[in-house]
Design a protein around this ligand. Structure first.
Ligand code: URA
Ligand code: SF4
Length: 250
């Protein structure tokens, strides 16, 4: 599988990983990760949080939503997306229709940055092993990023205005960037765009399922195809919008 056009692996920089990162990588359930997050002291946000917010939802979701970081309501309740932005997210999921319990929802950083400032690079770095471990255990077909910051964890140089509602393959998972619901609360145009993009999520899941079926066929070797790991994601011809970019699905 080739790399996404504009994204190194999220684990790039692992040269710096510590024994603690390894410990997080060995946690064997979502509940264990959540417990580790709740008692985490790996970055300065521990000093200002009320509650860490590990995430919640299905343990085998087809879609993992990733926001930026908890806000005031989330910090108070220890749950992701429970404020106004969260209500809008629930409403838009209902359009698909999807329930919160069908999907999993988490954030790039699990503790609230004071005053809702952007998380600092060292906070994102400290929290990254939890997100890695969650992705590894949840194995979603689609990661729907909410807002620019979450998107940039996977596609570092991408612009949300270009990438929203478009599917890109990252490590056998489809990344589907969405505008942040908080931005959609401030603009009716963005709200409509977010709704239109969210309506595309089932198609993104389908594309990801097709990709994984192609991979397992290739690895079983019954059809004479090349072994897994050496193939491109093989999207259907009609779904390839830009022939020069084989990782873009739609
Ligand atoms: N905004 C986020 O990015 N995450 C939350 O959990 C809530 C609001
Ligand atoms: Fe730990 Fe992440 Fe919270 Fe920092 S933001 S204290 S790394 S859980």
């Amino acid at each position: 599988m080739t790399e996404p056009p504009n994204g190194p692996d999220i684990a790039a920089g692992d040269a710096k990983s510590t024994g603690a990162d390894k410990y997080i990588g060995e946690l064997s359930s979502i509940e264990e990760i959540a417990a580790a997050v709740r008692s985490c002291t790996r970055c300065g946000l521990v000093g200002t949080r009320i509650n860490a917010v590990p995430g919640e939802g299905s343990d085998s979701p087809s879609i993992l939503f990733i926001g930026e970081g908890p806000g005031a309501n989330e910090d108070e309740q220890g749950r992701p997306f429970v404020g106004r932005a969260g209500k809008l997210l629930d409403e838009l999921l209902g359009v698909v229709p999807l329930l919160r319990s069908d999907v999993h929802i988490t954030n790039v950083v699990k503790c609230r940055p004071p005053g809702n400032r952007d998380p600092l690079p060292e906070e994102v770095r400290a929290c990254r092993p939890y997100l890695e471990a969650q992705i590894g255990l949840l194995k979603p077909y689609v990661i729907a990023t909410l807002g620019r910051h979450a998107m940039n964890r996977f596609l570092p140089n991408a612009r949300i205005s270009d990438q929203h509602g478009r599917a890109t393959v990252w490590r056998d998972i489809v990344i589907f960037p969405l505008y942040h619901p908080a931005a959609a609360l401030r603009s009716t145009t963005l709200r409509q765009t977010l709704e239109n993009d969210i309506r595309q999520l089932p198609e993104a899941v389908l594309q990801s399922l097709e990709m994984s079926a192609t991979r397992s066929q290739a690895s079983s070797g019954t059809d004479g195809s090349v072994p897994a790991g050496t193939t491109s994601p093989a999207p259907t011809e009609s779904s390839v919008e830009d022939e020069t970019d084989q990782d873009r699905l739609f």
